[in-house]
Design a protein around this ligand. Structure first.
Ligand code: THU
Length: 144
């Protein structure tokens, strides 16, 4: 756990919270291991109990073994027993915008992510619902 945001939340992150999460994601990106793409990404997940977990992209000489920032943040949360993640913030240091890849959208779907916060390239936050980013999706309940 990175820190306790104290207020359990499953509601819309307010503007301050959204900015804080995005800044924290960008700060994490400083630790990205991205010697091949030089595209540094950080992600912070906000769990339903108010705790946060960060992740960075971790590349590999076997390129296909690369782990995205969102995947490593979700894995850190899952390892701590978290099963519900309302909000994910994603910050990149090497591009104005950094949207999650298709695979990470699916990983978010598993843990009930609703709000996806990305940088708008102007120092602000753009908020999307996961449903917008991954419409007609397949999830745990789809298995019946
Ligand atoms: N990457 C992420 O970590 N998250 C994203 O949302 C997009 C892409 C990483 C994977 C790879 O290390 C680098 O960015 C370039 O694709």
């Amino acid at each position: 756990m990175d820190r306790d945001m104290t207020e359990p939340t499953d509601a819309n992150p307010d503007d301050d919270m959204a900015l804080t999460l995005l800044r924290s994601a960008r700060e994490s990106a400083l630790s990205a291991y991205a010697p091949y793409s030089r595209f540094r990404v950080g992600a912070v997940v906000l769990a339903d109990d108010g705790t946060t977990f960060s992740g960075v992209n971790v590349e590999n000489a076997a390129y296909g073994s690369t782990i995205c920032a969102e995947a490593s943040a979700i894995a850190a949360a899952a390892a701590a027993g978290i099963r519900s993640i309302p909000t994910v913030a994603i910050g990149g240091l090497d591009a104005a915008e950094c949207y999650p890849c298709g695979n990470c959208r699916q990983l978010m779907r598993e843990f009930g992510v609703e709000h996806v916060l990305v940088q708008d390239g102007l120092g602000g936050v753009r908020e999307h619902t996961l449903d917008d980013l991954l419409p007609h999706s397949f999830g745990p309940e789809s298995l019946g």
